[in-house]
Design a protein around this ligand. Structure first.
Ligand code: HMG
Ligand code: MG
Length: 366
């Protein structure tokens, strides 16, 4: 049995929702994050500060962040919330929201009426308008305030906040997803990572298309991935999330990639695996990764998701499926499968798609 603790990074509110065509209300997103926070999860990627024209669905991330900052602690244990940023402009926008919280009395803004555990999805947050708060104009000013009331702290309301950045292992995907070359994205992220860490916010870095690219095919060079991982760690990344964006990665490929990362000196504790399940290989690749010693995995409740710039790719591996597998192996995740399954059923119904989790559906029909 695998007695270890395995950390799950729930990316449903970001990766899961970003690709949905029909507009999802901010209230639903806020409710999703609030409910996920009550499942025992430790880490939730709750939104992104990307260009709204590129990814309109994430435009309400500032409201999701504001509601987390304003609300009462929504879980008995501390949660780490992560926020995806494509560039320094994203970091500035993110810090502006953190800033409004820091400039309010006691380091937290006036909370909206606090939701009860049973309140429905239509939680009213309109009384809380982050734009109504005084906000600084210069990025530096914003940054110093974003450090929080205790300087150099990313902690608010008992919860922690971190940022995540992303780049790609192939030039074509880099261009499509972020409109720049791989080298340009490294250059772009160097100052962002430095600024973020200086302000006390740890940085996670994704490497997309690590096991295949929609434009360049299945044979992403593992040495390219390892080279980027080493560079990102040298630049100060606290964790590398190695992403199978297209879900076409296979077990032998996963084994080879992890071996290459090891040979390049990247430690298992610096790696998270991020599997999309397009070809149904996510759990097999998870097993390979567990055998290799990886103990952090990304997943999305209900199997939500897909990348807007990876045509045909489906969602992340479903959190319910991952939890079921991990628990069967004796691993501890802290996550309540029943509650996670209820959330998967609710959110997939809410956005009008089928529940993408086998374990979730089975749990619900027991
Ligand atoms: P660009 O058009 O090259 O940006 O886009 P730019 O720097 O030339 O700026 C153009 C305009 O956008 C300017 O405004 C900027 O101010 C504005 P204007 O002067 O024209 O009015 N702008 C912004 N506005 C708001 N927020 C920002 C921002 N940045 C610039 N952050 C950019 C470059 C990177 C911004 C764009 O390509 C972008 O937003 N890309 C995001 C794509 C995305 O979100 N993809 C999905 C997430 S990644 C993913 O899903 C993969 C992952 O799950 C792992 C995996 O599975 O592989 C993480
Ligand atoms: Mg993804």
């Amino acid at each position: 049995a695998l007695a270890d603790h395995v950390r799950i990074v729930e990316v449903g509110p970001r990766d899961g929702l970003q690709n949905e065509k029909s507009s999802i209300s901010a209230e639903t997103k806020i409710e999703l994050v609030r409910r996920l926070a009550g499942t025992g999860l430790e880490t939730i990627e709750a939104g992104s500060f990307v260009h709204p024209k590129w990814v309109p669905q994430m435009a309400a991330s500032d409201r999701v962040l504001s509601s987390i900052l304003a609300g009462p602690p929504s879980s008995p244990h501390p949660i780490t919330y992560q926020w995806l940023l494509p560039n320094s402009r994203g970091l500035e926008n993110y810090f502006k929201v953190m800033d409004t919280a820091a400039s309010a009395p006691n380091g937290s803004p006036t909370p909206p009426p606090s939701p009860t555990q049973d309140s429905g999805p239509a939680m009213n947050t309109s009384s809380w308008d982050p734009n109504a708060m005084p906000s600084s104009t210069s990025a530096e000013d914003s940054m110093s305030k974003a450090r929080g009331s205790d300087s150099f702290s990313n902690e608010r309301n008992g919860h922690k906040h971190e940022v995540s950045i992303f780049l790609a292992a192939t030039e074509s995907f880099s261009k499509k997803n972020t409109n720049c070359s791989i080298q340009e994205s490294l250059d772009r992220f160097a100052p962002l990572m430095a600024d973020s860490r200086k302000a006390g916010y740890p940085v996670r870095a994704y490497i997309s298309v690590a096991l295949g690219c929609p434009f360049e095919g299945p044979d992403t060079d593992p040495h390219k991935v390892a080279d980027l991982a080493v560079k990102l760690l040298e630049m100060g990344a606290d964790e590398i999330s190695v992403a199978d964006t297209t879900g076409m990665g296979t077990a032998p490929q996963t084994r080879r990639l992890l071996q290459t990362l090891r040979e390049a000196g990247v430690r298992n504790e610096d790696i998270a695996m991020h599997f999309h399940d397009t070809f149904g290989q996510a759990l097999i690749n998870t097993m390979i990764s567990l055998d290799h010693g990886i103990r952090t995995f990304d997943s999305a409740v209900g199997g939500l998701g897909g990348c807007p710039y990876s045509p045909g790719a489906t969602g992340n591996v479903a959190t319910e499926d991952l939890v079921y597998t991990l628990h069967s192996l004796g691993a501890k995740t802290g996550v309540d499968l029943d509650e996670m399954s209820r959330i998967g059923e609710w959110i997939t119904g809410e956005i009008g798609k089928g529940n993408g989790s086998s374990a979730g559906r089975a749990t619900m029909s027991r």
